[in-house]
Design a protein around this ligand. Structure first.
Ligand SMILES: C[S@@+](CC[C@H](N)C(=O)[O-])C[C@H]1O[C@@H](n2cnc3c(N)ncnc32)[C@H](O)[C@@H]1O
Length: 283
């Protein structure tokens, strides 16, 4: 056996000695497995891909995302994640063209940084009272600072129990966030829960906007975190209700206004059993 073989020298490509490696006496170490154990993958966890890459989709991740947005954008429309302010204003216009909010009570869910209230003030519209709720504490901080007359609550709409009901409940841009709240549920089932809960607190009507799936078919394939809906899905859930839906304001945002009383002047309620049946058939 040659000396070289017993005491090898590292060489570079030219066969010259590269670095001298001092010979270190090895101390025995506890045996470690060659491959670190891999944490079991929890099939119940849906991970974020675009908005919060690598984070599980949870209400906390949603709050975190909007906290960051508003810390950066402050009082601007993009704190609310709109690509274009017209998308945001189309929702307000649709609602305000259908109701006279003067002297009425309003609950604004997913209020963001409160630009809706700025819009109302610009138009000279004075509701009797405004209550606002958002899961992002940072959004609510901005609302409290800018609109002290608004009763602003930092909480998940699905967990907060309001003590009263309101003439109108508005949900602008909330339906797109449903995957964070119900990552395991079919999107229509999640939507149903959102609308059912809103109607519970509304005396006259609910305005709800959504991202139009017709113009963003890629979203399912790409597993976007935002949830998109076909207008047909909305209409199928609202059978029996008095409602108006607009899919033409612009390509992306669709708006819907649901009257709490139906065409027979009876309170519109979702028949959860009937809908469950229908949804099961469609699965
Ligand atoms: C797309 S932004 C829209 C903000 C504003 N309404 C607008 O139209 O410009 C959605 C807002 O809804 C809030 N949100 C979503 N789901 C919520 C929930 N379950 N409870 C409370 N806030 C929620 C988010 O934190 C975010 O501020």
């Amino acid at each position: 056996m040659s000396l070289e073989a017993e005491n090898p020298v590292m060489t570079n490509g030219n066969g010259k000695a590269a670095t001298a490696t001092p010979k270190v006496e090895k101390t025995p170490v506890a045996e470690t497995p060659a491959v670190a154990p891999v944490a079991p993958v929890d099939p119940n966890v849906v991970m974020g891909t675009y908005l919060v890459p690598g984070r599980p989709l949870t209400p906390e991740a949603l709050a975190y995302y909007y906290d960051q947005n508003v810390l950066e954008a402050k009082e601007n429309y993009d704190a609310n994640d709109w690509a274009d302010p017209e998308q945001m204003y189309s929702q307000f216009d649709f609602f305000l063209s259908r109701v006279d909010l003067n002297g009425k009570t309003l609950l604004d869910v997913g209020t963001g940084n409160g630009l809706f209230f700025e819009y109302l003030a610009k138009k000279g519209i004075k509701p009797a009272s405004i209550t606002a709720i958002d899961i992002s504490e940072e959004q609510i901080k901005v609302v409290k600072k800018r609109f002290p007359e608004v009763d602003a609550i930092a909480f998940d709409f699905f967990k907060y129990e309001f003590e009263e009901s309101y003439d109108y409940v508005t949900l602008f841009g909330v339906a797109p966030c449903l995957k964070f709240i119900f990552p395991q549920k079919h999107r229509v089932s999640a939507l149903l829960r959102l609308m059912e809960r809103s109607l519970r607190y509304a005396k006259e009507g609910v305005a709800i906007s959504f991202l139009n799936r017709n113009c963003y078919e890629m979203c399912e394939i790409e597993n976007y975190e935002y949830t998109y809906f076909y207008p047909e899905e909305f209409c199928s859930l609202l059978s029996g209700a008095k409602y108006e839906i607009s899919t033409v304001d612009n390509d992306l945002v669709s708006n819907c206004f649901i009257h709490v009383r139906d065409a027979w002047d009876m309170p519109f309620r979702f028949n959860m059993n009937r809908l469950d049946d229908a949804l099961n058939i469609l699965k």
